[in-house]
Design a protein around this ligand. Structure first.
Ligand SMILES: Cc1cc2nc3c(=O)[nH]c(=O)nc-3n(C[C@H](O)[C@H](O)[C@H](O)COP(=O)(O)OP(=O)(O)OC[C@H]3O[C@@H](n4cnc5c(N)ncnc54)[C@H](O)[C@@H]3O)c2cc1C
Length: 407
């Protein structure tokens, strides 16, 4: 496929590939799997760490189609079908996404979030997604730990829940390898190689790799693209704390994920290990000067602030103990939605970054449409709304709930 680099233009080359994917997170390995499934040969994935060791393994793993941006609903809907039949989709009986199909409850009190919630539920229905409007009593039957007395609208999505992003990444990686994809761990991509005005490979800590197309799935490290090409890459690294609380009553696997649009931090909660509550805030976090997915401190003030919101909504959890906590880093764009597709000014380069804390639930469909784009096939859904160009044109994918991963 495409022009092959010549030895006079390039440093020594280790192999020639149809596509080189930078990043073995859940997005990169999904792209690689789909490239191979569509028939691409000689696909290589390069990662300085290991499969899933970037930000994917920090994911809370929540899967829902609830979005206020219709394009995201469609990608999430298509992705859910994959999560729901992961082993069959990959043709690997042993593959598991670790799916817990507990449903997704989302509630808003009177106020600014009510109209967006109503509009999003109606839009989901019009896109063929099963959603229900519940009374406070019906919601309490599903999530008895929680009080719904101030809720003006409660939506419930039965085909939703959470899964394990590490398992999904390794599942895609294994299926990709079985279709001939080479995944090279422990290799740092240091730059792009250009030939006759287009990208023709990458320079790495282990020499050069030549390829017809390079796909960057680098998440918080996507600013490399700006250094390598001079093209602005509007993404910043934002650290978020996640708490696991042990309360007097268990938050079981049969209880739904809960999104509390009424809390100041737009909390999300789900079962953790079948007994504890995983909880975090859905808004902005701490912007890091440099991308770094190492564990950071969670200030005690943050723990107290989240704890107070939990106690307000889940009264028995006023007595909960902090069982564990960790941090994870989002790759946030100005409109909290990803940049997907080709960069017109850099032929041969395709990007997928800026998932802004909600990329796991989109990863199967994103991998598929980007593989289609790389191979010049018609894409299942249009990539145009996700183009980098939107930050110049002002046609932003702005969610109606304001800044945050619910988008
Ligand atoms: C705390 C937290 C909670 C989340 N909760 C949810 C949720 O509930 N639901 C949901 O849908 N999403 C959630 N997300 C978001 C989701 O997990 C991410 O969008 C997704 O995992 C990103 O995958 P990725 O492949 O883009 O990135 P990553 O997994 O970070 O992979 C990028 C890879 O690129 C590699 N790399 C980068 N630059 C180079 C280079 N120069 N050379 C070699 N390798 C390189 C890195 O080593 C890394 O492995 C959450 C994220 C966090 C942090």
């Amino acid at each position: 496929m495409g022009d092959e680099p010549t030895s006079t233009d390039l440093p020594p080359v280790t192999a020639t590939h149809d596509a080189i994917v930078i990043g073995a997170g859940v997005i990169g390995v999904s792209i690689a799997y789909h490239l191979a499934a569509f028939g691409a040969r000689n696909v290589v994935v390069l990662d300085r760490g290991q499969v899933g060791s970037g930000t994917s393994s920090q994911s809370s793993g929540i899967l829902r189609t609830h979005y206020s941006v219709p394009e995201n609903v469609e990608l999430a809907r298509r992705s859910w079908q994959v999560f729901d039949s992961f082993a069959a989709y990959l043709d690997d009986d042993e593959a598991s996404a670790g799916l817990v199909k507990c449903g997704y409850l989302i509630a808003a009190p009177e106020g600014a979030k009510l109209a967006p919630l109503r509009a999003a539920l109606m839009a989901q229905e019009s896109q063929g997604i099963a959603v229900q409007v519940l009374s406070a009593q019906e919601a309490a039957l599903r999530l008895p730990l929680c009080r719904f007395d101030d809720a003006a609208l409660i939506g419930f999505e039965p085909e939703a829940g959470f899964a394990d992003a590490y398992l999904v990444a390794t599942g895609f990686a294994r299926a990709a390898r079985r279709r001939g994809v080479k995944i090279v761990e422990g290799v740092e991509v240091e730059g792009l190689v250009f030939e006759r005005g287009r990208v023709a490979g990458v320079e790495t800590s282990q020499g050069c790799f030549a390829g017809a197309t390079v796909v960057s799935a680098q998440n918080i490290w996507a600013r490399d693209i700006e250094r390598w090409t001079g093209i602005e890459t509007p993404v910043r690294a934002e650290r978020h704390g996640v708490l696991a609380l042990a309360g007097p009553e268990p938050y079981t696997f049969s209880m739904p994920v809960y999104k509390d649009l009424g809390s100041p931090g737009m909390l999300y909660c789900r079962s953790y290990g079948g007994t504890q509550m995983l909880v975090s805030e859905g808004g902005a976090g701490e912007t890091l000067a440099e991308p770094d997915n190492q564990q950071g401190d969670i200030p005690i003030d943050d723990v107290l602030r989240v704890g107070a919101q939990v106690a307000e909504r889940f009264p028995s959890y006023a007595a909960a103990g902090l069982a564990s906590s960790w941090t994870g880093v989002y790759d946030v764009t100005p409109d909290w939605n990803p940049v997907l597709g080709r960069l017109p000014d850099v032929p041969g380069l395709v990007v997928a970054y800026g998932f802004s804390g909600h990329g796991f639930k989109l990863s199967p469909a994103v991998g598929r449409v980007l593989a289609q784009e790389v191979l010049g096939l018609p894409t299942d859904t249009s990539l145009a709304p996700y183009a980098l160009e939107r930050f110049r044109s002002g046609r932003l994918l702005r969610g109606r709930y304001g800044a945050g991963a619910v988008s």
